[in-house]
Design a protein around this ligand. Structure first.
Ligand SMILES: O=C(O)c1ccc(O)c(O)c1
Ligand SMILES: [Mg+2]
Length: 629
């Protein structure tokens, strides 16, 4: 499988793009005319630079407003084409993308356009060049790949072929299976882009909101299955116009792009095993089964405060590491590790962010397979020097400096607690916290797509729709990514300004990632009462919230009074599902804990309560030890 990416898809100068695209593992590059024009190097130098970077120059684009013009305009269009052919020869690429005309004078007519392409094919062939025709979704006369194909078919020249672009086909709602009737050798090139489903003008949607395959809502997989069914064996290339990407991190975007292509093509061959996909085998995605552990980097007074908070929440220290300065805390099926080490990853995380989550352990079906899949998707393996008594637990770097480790039963990795921490198997009932319900990660809004792609490509996890959370000082976008059945859930919160609670957390922790952990209980009323008896101070909730609750839900007054007395939040999904939440006060740079009870299959996160919760957290002000600005 030859992969490519158009230079428009990522940020930076042409040189930065070339470096990032090569480093991410792509085979080739589509050069966008504007990127070339803005560069100071000659076409020959640019072509040589691309090849020196180990990349093939797959295509030059776009050539606009060519077909169907009358008289003098037609002659001028051919002159323009000849000039671009000169440029292509200097650059060293043989394929040009001609997109369907939006010219006001373009006449339409399948045969008329086919004649133009037949003549262009003759001219291109003289120079050993090829011409590919793409239907723009907003083309004046041609806006559907079926019409573009008919023109190519009638042009009937070996140097004229079709270019397919998933956006143009899927955005118009054209059935991608119509591609299955096109001979694969007449398709010269395939461009891929996804996009979130938003009702808007096609051109605007395409130029600003495209995303990597898997980052949006379009059926890019169905499109690609149809393409592969034709026998197409050419390059598969990303063409993503996206406002965020134009200002994003060049290298990360290129890596995301490559990851999205590998994940897509792996999914294509799994969905339709009869198709030939030239991609090395890799283990199938599986869902994480549970959170095996959450590890905090902490030390000194902050470590004492964290330990006190955990004790207050009913956790018990059940072990101490044989060789390192780590303690294990347990309750129900939850394991928390406090890492006080003065070297290595935890040290680096503590120094940068203060007390924060430095490592997540996930229980998976096979740790080795998960690692192999992560590697195939371009993840960096994480390893630190191990002491003699320590087991080798497969780990990778996530995004933004985070680390993930994989534990399984099959290879005995779940024995690490007894072996390295001397932990026994006596249950710790505590206040009834049973497992981690979800892990809430905070990032800048620009990075959300990278994170959701990270989880959905590595694991069998699905995205829930994006939710807007109103903070008194701005908007935070929230998106859950969950394993089927909800055994493992992550919520991604994208902050756009430092004034929101999420944004302030990012600023004050210098980009720490996990902002809160939610623990599940089967009886939140009993848990809340047990916590109160231990002196736990919950986040106080406004009285107005409970008055509104009485208006919104058909709950008995006695129940509302209990919720109010315990500072519990309530939500219901209208299908018999209910959700109750209790929050801790924030500590250390704004970290906090949440306790939840899900009833009757409730699958959300209490989004309606978030603005009230955030306002309450902001009213409390900053936790001790935080700057007051
Ligand atoms: O938005 C455009 O004009 C444009 C240009 C070239 C393409 O390949 C495309 O898909 C869109
Ligand atoms: Mg295109």
């Amino acid at each position: 499988m030859r992969t490519g990416i158009a230079t428009v898809s990522i940020s930076g100068t042409l040189e930065e793009k070339i470096v990032a695209i090569a480093a991410a593992g792509f085979d080739g590059i589509e050069i966008f005319e504007q990127d070339f024009i803005a560069d100071t190097r000659s076409p020959r130098e640019v072509g040589r630079r691309i090849r020196d970077a180990g990349l093939e120059l797959l295509l030059f684009q776009p050539f606009r407003d060519f077909e169907g013009l009358p008289g003098d305009l037609r002659r001028r269009a051919f002159d323009r084409a000849e000039r671009k052919f000169d440029l292509m020869q200097e650059l060293g690429t043989d394929l040009v993308l001609v997109c369907s005309s939006v010219h006001p004078e373009a006449q339409g007519g399948i045969d008329r356009s086919a004649e133009d392409f037949a003549e262009l094919g003759v001219r291109a062939a003289k120079r050993g060049l090829r011409v590919g025709y793409e239907a723009l979704a907003w083309g004046r006369h041609v806006n559907d790949h079926r019409d573009a194909w008919e023109i190519v078919r009638r042009a009937d020249h070996p140097n004229v072929g079709l270019i397919l672009d998933s956006f143009h086909t899927l955005a118009r709602g054209t059935d991608p299976d119509t591609i299955r009737r096109i001979p694969g050798d007449r398709i010269f090139f395939v461009q891929l882009a996804d996009a979130p489903r938003i009702e808007m003008d096609l051109l605007y949607w395409s130029r600003h909101f495209r995303a990597m395959p898997g980052e949006g809502d379009l059926d890019v997989q169905g499109f690609m299955r149809a393409v592969m069914a034709t026998g197409y064996a050419g390059p598969i290339s990303l063409e993503i116009f996206n406002d965020q990407f134009r200002g994003g991190k060049t290298k990360q975007l290129a890596r995301d792009g490559h990851r999205s292509l590998v994940d897509l093509m792996d999914a294509v061959r799994r969905a339709e095993p009869g198709l030939t996909v030239d991609l090395p085998p890799m283990p199938a995605p599986t869902p994480p089964q549970d959170t095996a552990y959450v590890e905090f980097a902490t030390r000194g007074a902050e470590a004492e405060a964290l330990a006190a908070t955990l004790s207050g929440l009913g956790f018990v220290q059940t072990g101490r590491h044989v060789g390192k300065d780590l303690t294990l805390w347990q309750q129900g099926g939850i394991r928390l590790v406090l890492n006080h080490e003065r070297s290595g990853h935890a040290e680096a995380i503590f120094t940068t962010h203060g007390t924060s989550v430095c490592d997540l352990g996930l229980s998976v079906a096979s740790a080795a397979d998960t690692l192999d899949r992560a590697r195939a998707l371009g993840a960096e393996v994480f390893a630190q020097p191990r002491g003699p008594a320590e087991m080798e637990i497969p780990g990778i770097r996530g995004l933004g400096g985070s680390v993930l480790h994989f534990l399984d039963e099959g290879s005995g990795l779940d024995g690490v607690w007894a072996r390295e921490f001397g932990a026994g198997s006596e249950p710790v009932p505590g206040v009834g916290l049973r497992r981690v319900d979800h892990i809430a990660q905070t990032m800048s809004y620009d990075e959300m797509l990278s994170w959701s792609l990270f989880y959905t490509s590595l694991f069998a996890m699905k995205k829930a729709p994006m939710v807007d959370v109103i903070d008194p000082d701005g908007l935070v976008r929230s998106q859950a990514v969950a394993a089927p059945g909800g055994e493992f859930r992550i919520t991604l919160n994208g902050a756009e300004t430092h004034r929101t609670l999420a944004g302030a957390f990012l600023a004050e922790s210098f980009g720490a990632i996990v902002q809160h952990l939610a623990f599940a209980t089967d009886d939140i009323l009993a848990t809340a009462e047990a916590l109160a008896a231990r002196g736990f101070e919950p986040l106080p909730v406004s009285a107005n919230y409970y008055d509104d609750l009485a208006a919104r839900f058909d709950l008995p007054q006695t129940e509302i009074a209990r919720l109010r007395a315990l500072n519990l939040f309530y939500d219901a999904d209208g299908r018999g599902g209910e959700f109750l939440q209790l929050y801790s006060r924030p500590f250390a740079h704004g970290l906090f804990f949440e306790i939840v009870e899900r009833r009757g299959g409730y699958d959300g996160y209490g989004a309606a309560n978030a603005p009230v919760r955030i306002a309450a957290q902001k009213r409390l002000g900053r936790p001790k030890g935080m700057p007051s600005t």
